[in-house]
Design a protein around this ligand. Structure first.
Ligand code: APR
Length: 248
């Protein structure tokens, strides 16, 4: 792993336009469980029964009680870890331009990144399904579920449920960023869920170097990514940033 840390630091030091694609794994060291794999949320509850728009429309009380309320408690406690802080540092150094995240936890912005494409939306806001009035999640009273708007409408998180399209502007901006980067960092995603999982392929086909950071191999490994640094995102990113500091 150590020579790959050196290699990644060298690749970043010579890069002009780095883009990062992140998934749930980058927030595991911040106390937010992943969706898949060991300790994954979907090991306990069926995503098609609790995270699909049809199931939400059918029984919003159930989805709020079993999934959304719990997400709020976990996200409220979470703070950026060394991986989030490393990406913010790369932006401050002028190396990294954009973060494309599948996460709804807002930790990249909390760490200091300014150009974050929230591919699957954000959990910080709830929206009324009748009048579209928005409420900051932290201000929503969760004592009665599903929470309601002052118009009486039911509130829903501004996240993308399964069965819903990715907002077009996020899709176009992500594809554009992927086409124009010279290095893509792919951190903490199982690369199963489309269309996010195809973003590294766009970069690869545009000639970029694709670097994966993940304790486990993914469908990208040995096919699309140039190399995988096997380890937890926080620990690995911290080491890369240490090496990079010596190279600049
Ligand atoms: N550091 C880096 N990666 C990690 C860590 C860690 N500390 N711990 C786990 N991982 C890796 C796992 O090996 C796995 O490959 O993170 C990945 C998490 O995969 P998923 O849980 O599938 O998360 P993600 O790829 O973001 O899921 C995509 O699916 O459920 C939907 O909308 C949800 O955005 C989500 C999408």
């Amino acid at each position: 792993m150590f020579d790959l840390i050196e290699k990644a630091a060298a690749d970043l030091a010579s890069a002009k336009n780095v883009v990062a694609l992140t998934g749930a794994g980058i927030s595991v060291e911040s106390g937010i469980p992943p969706f898949r794999g060991k300790g994954g949320i979907w090991e306990k509850i069926d995503p098609m029964e609790y995270a699909h728009i049809d199931s939400f429309l059918q029984d919003p009380e159930k989805v709020w009680r079993v999934l959304i309320k719990g997400m709020k408690d976990v996200i409220d406690q979470a703070r950026p870890n060394a991986a989030h802080l490393g990406l913010a540092r790369l932006e401050a150094l002028g190396i990294l331009k954009t973060v494309i995240t599948q996460n709804v936890d807002g930790l990249h912005q909390d760490a200091g990144n300014t150009d974050v494409i929230e591919f699957h939306g954000n959990f910080a806001w709830q929206k009324c399904m009748d009048c579209s009035r928005r409420y900051a999640t932290r201000s929503v009273d969760m004592s009665r579920l599903p929470p309601r708007c002052r118009c009486g409408g039911i509130l829903r998180p501004e996240c993308v449920f399964f069965g819903e399209p990715i907002p077009t502007h996020h899709l176009y901006r992500s594809q554009d960023a992927a086409e124009h980067c010279d290095v893509m960092l792919v951190i903490g995603t199982s690369a199963w869920v489309q269309p996010a999982a195809s973003i590294p392929l766009i970069s690869k086909q545009s000639g970029a170097r694709v670097i994966e950071i993940n304790p486990e191999p993914t469908p990208l490994t040995h096919h699309i990514s140039d190399y995988l640094i096997k380890g937890p995102a926080g620990e690995v990113t911290h080491r890369i940033m240490e090496k990079l500091a010596k190279l600049r």
